[in-house]
Design a protein around this ligand. Structure first.
Ligand code: UN1
Length: 497
């Protein structure tokens, strides 16, 4: 994109350009061109957005949920129509290859459709009473103003995971996208607006986490915060939210293992490990960052993997022949290269390990897909790198594989390749993670299942699937006594016969 496109804030149904606002640009990591110019929001902007969301809350809460669903379905329809354009914007703004940029948008569409249907469910329970002529049930109620803070790696999918679930449940939203992918965030909001969302139901404030994010999390009118990002930022959001006794939903890091047993279908595993480790340049919370291989197939598999990487193209993410685009930013590049240096000092570099230079590479942030052979326990084998760096660890047997797999502070995704059904079921039981795949890589979760992890990956919540509704609703227990007399629970029960 040659000339930057200017975007404002979206508050109370209006795109606003505060007159003396500071602005920032997002940068295409393939060529460092500007993708858009955005307002660097202030704490006052954040508070104005919360006030707009608060003002819109009653009207939205009282809109029948199936009607809310119709608007989400219309957003899905528009997103489908514009999928090609949006997918390219994803690729331009964060560098994933176009098929994955389109996949990002498809995941947003899938979730909007799923949540539109949820508008005709939002089930409560009916529960028997201990007394006669008394009826008990639960109903789900929205929480109010919800803050959604999203990362740059799935810049259309994750905002929709959060916002569509919040909206169908009757909440109103203030959305702060990762600064680096503000354009994707703005496009999502534009589509919601075009789909007919009433003013104030979704509000967008671009800007930094330190200013906008903190002001949103600390605003007393906000009851729930949903955050996806790094562990340090997540912990900070959690602590700030705790001061106001808010519900803070966190989706944080991962160090996701693929376990490869010696009875596995190796060519199937090869495709899986390549996609899991180097898809999205390894920048998924679910990325395969550890390959734990049983000794008997270790040499053969690693040989095959490096052969395949010899034919794996790194380059322009818009070119369909490209396997991996640039990493998302200069900061990402620096951090990943630092980890590669750490790896060189503590492990054996087996493949890659360099920044790619010369020609078009010099304009962007291109790294080689990188493989280290390491013992378990090194920093590269335990810390989240969030880049195209795979640690390969040799193990003797299943028990050692599981011990290694579980001995990290994260627990998001996990996978095992084996043809032994008994071992597969043991792995489903034994792997400490929110997600386990059998004979598939650690990435590629579908939206109709809960998504989230244990240990430092999160704090117990799940998004996507019907679990997402639980995050964004309060349960009210309702007792209806139609006996026309005072009945005392716990006291009259014994004599109620
Ligand atoms: C993430 O990286 O934060 O399961 C989300 C997957 C995608 C979502 C990843 N559907 O890999």
């Amino acid at each position: 994109m040659a000339s930057p496109t200017e975007f404002g804030l979206f508050i109370g149904g209006k795109w606003t350009m505060p007159p003396h606002a500071r602005r920032f640009e997002t940068i295409n990591p393939t060529n460092r061109e500007s993708v858009g110019s955005f307002v660097s929001g202030t704490a006052d902007d954040a508070r104005a957005a919360v006030a707009a969301a608060q003002a819109a809350f009653r009207g939205w809460r009282d809109t029948p949920a199936p009607k809310r669903g119709e608007i989400l379905l219309e957003a899905a329809r528009r997103m489908k129509q514009q999928k090609g354009t949006l997918g390219r914007i994803v690729t331009q703004e964060m560098g994933k290859v176009l098929s994955e940029g389109l996949g990002d948008v498809q995941e947003a569409i899938d979730f909007l459709e799923y949540m539109a249907g949820e508008g005709r469910r939002l089930f409560g329970e009916t529960v028997p009473s201990e007394l006669r002529n008394k009826f008990c049930m639960t109903v789900r109620q929205p929480k109010g103003v919800v803050v959604c803070i999203t990362p740059w790696n799935f810049p259309t999918a994750i905002p929709n995971w959060k916002m569509a679930a919040a909206l169908i449940s009757g909440n109103t939203v203030v959305f702060k996208p990762a600064s680096a992918t503000s354009r994707c965030g703005a496009e999502v909001v534009r589509i919601y607006e075009e789909a007919g969302l009433p003013p104030g139901v979704v509000n967008l404030v671009t800007g930094s986490g330190g200013v906008v994010g903190n002001a949103l999390v600390e605003d007393p009118h906000v009851r729930t915060v949903s955050f996806t990002g790094g562990v340090a930022a997540g912990r900070d959001v959690y602590v700030r939210g705790a001061q106001g006794l808010k519900m803070v939903h966190l989706e944080l890091g991962g160090k996701n293992p693929v376990i490869l047993m010696d009875d596995a279908d190796l060519s199937l595993a090869l495709d899986g490990v390549l996609f899991g480790a180097f898809g999205t340049a390894g920048q998924r919370c679910t990325a395969t960052s550890r390959l734990i291989v049983q000794a008997k197939v270790y040499d053969e598999f690693l040989g095959k993997l490096t052969d395949r990487l010899d034919r794996f193209r790194v380059g322009d993410p818009l070119d369909p022949a490209t396997g991996m685009g640039p990493v998302a930013s200069s900061d990402q590049e620096t951090k990943i290269l630092e980890y590669i240096e750490i790896g060189r000092s503590e492990a054996t570099l087996r493949y890659g390990g360099h920044k790619l230079t010369g020609g078009a590479y010099d304009r962007g942030y291109f790294l080689e897909p990188t493989i280290f052979e390491t013992r378990h326990g090194t920093r590269i084998s335990k810390e989240e790198i969030f880049g195209p760096v795979l640690s390969v660890i040799r193990v003797a047997d299943y028990d050692e594989a599981v011990r290694v797999a579980n001995d990290v502070e994260y627990g998001l995704s996990s996978a095992i390749y084996t043809r032994d059904v008994n071992r597969a079921f043991r792995a489903i039981r034994d792997l400490e993670a929110g997600i386990t795949y059998v004979n598939a890589p650690t990435i590629g979760a579908e939206v109709q299942l809960p998504f989230g992890g244990i240990k430092h990956t999160g704090n117990g919540g799940r998004e996507a699937g019907s679990a997402a509704i639980e995050e964004f609703t309060e349960i009210k227990s309702v007792f209806i006594d139609f006996s026309s007399k005072l009945q005392k629970a716990q006291i009259d029960s014994e004599t109620a016969a």
